[in-house]
Design a protein around this ligand. Structure first.
Ligand SMILES: [Zn+2]
Ligand SMILES: [Zn+2]
Length: 255
């Protein structure tokens, strides 16, 4: 499994892209602004998109990707998400007012996008021996994390979440966990904001990780622009003993 980090920032700025991961060139997990760095030929190869939740920093790239691919693909791209997330994205983005409804274009019979409800805790076959399992997490809107399983291991992504046993119970139920991409949006001094916006801080994540029975490599994501240095300094203490890495857009990991 080849995991390319298209975007891993909690916002925009020079060199910063919001959440999006490309797996084996065919599976896109979240569609933040990082999608905008893909060439047209790379966008054409994507067959499945999984959305963890409806927030703009995770879905906006889908709108532009669909527009780019108009008339260029033979089969619809399947967009997998919870029922609520799909409803919100259809009602508030692909509604003919903010953006065209690409599940009806170029023609209703042969559209660009196909919406597919993704029930939690139910493995989803995304081809080539890979499957995706989603599980509930705790954010300001209904959100999920995902575990992507292939022959060589399991990679999981927390999505956007605050501390919750839903996350740890789901991860502990996996037979193994090789890599965990997990969010830290705010430094400790913004703990109140992190709690109201349902995001992790370094020390909160450090405490919560005691509940994880696996020892994966941690890939840290979603730092808000301007807080990266402080979060990195706080992690040296908060995540002591863990093998961790602060992600940057463009990085590639093999599993
Ligand atoms: Zn969010
Ligand atoms: Zn986010």
């Amino acid at each position: 499994m080849r995991i390319k980090i298209l975007g891993c920032s909690g916002g925009v700025g020079p060199g910063l892209r919001t959440t999006s991961l490309l797996i084996d060139d065919e599976l896109l997990i979240d569609a933040g602004t990082g999608v905008g760095d893909l060439a047209l030929s790379q966008m054409r190869r994507i067959r499945h998109v999984v959305l963890t939740h409806s927030h703009l920093d995770h879905v906006c790239g889908l709108a532009f990707m669909a527009d780019n691919l108009f008339d260029l693909i033979d089969e619809p791209i399947t967009v997998h998400a919870s029922e609520t997330t799909l409803q919100v994205v259809q009602e508030h983005i692909f509604n003919w007012k903010i953006w065209p409804d690409f599940s009806k274009l170029p023609t209703p019979k042969n559209p660009l996008l196909r919406w597919q409800t993704m029930p939690v805790n139910t493995p989803l076959d995304v081809g080539n021996g890979r499957s995706v399992l989603s599980f509930d997490v705790l954010h300001t809107v209904p959100g999920v994390g995902v575990a992507v399983q292939c022959k060589t291991g399991i990679f999981a992504f927390s999505g956007d979440t605050y501390a919750t046993d839903l996350l740890w119970d789901a991860l502990n139920a996996l037979p193994r966990l090789d890599m965990l991409m997990i969010e830290i949006a705010f430094p400790d001094e913004q703990g109140e904001l992190a709690e109201t916006s349902r995001h992790f801080t370094p020390s909160l994540l450090g405490r919560e990780l005691a509940k994880l029975r696996h020892k994966p490599q941690l890939l840290l994501t979603h730092h808000k622009p301007g807080t990266e240095g402080l979060i990195q300094r706080e992690c040296t203490e908060a995540l002591a003993g863990w093998d961790y890495h602060h992600l940057e857009a463009g990085e590639i990991f093999m599993l």
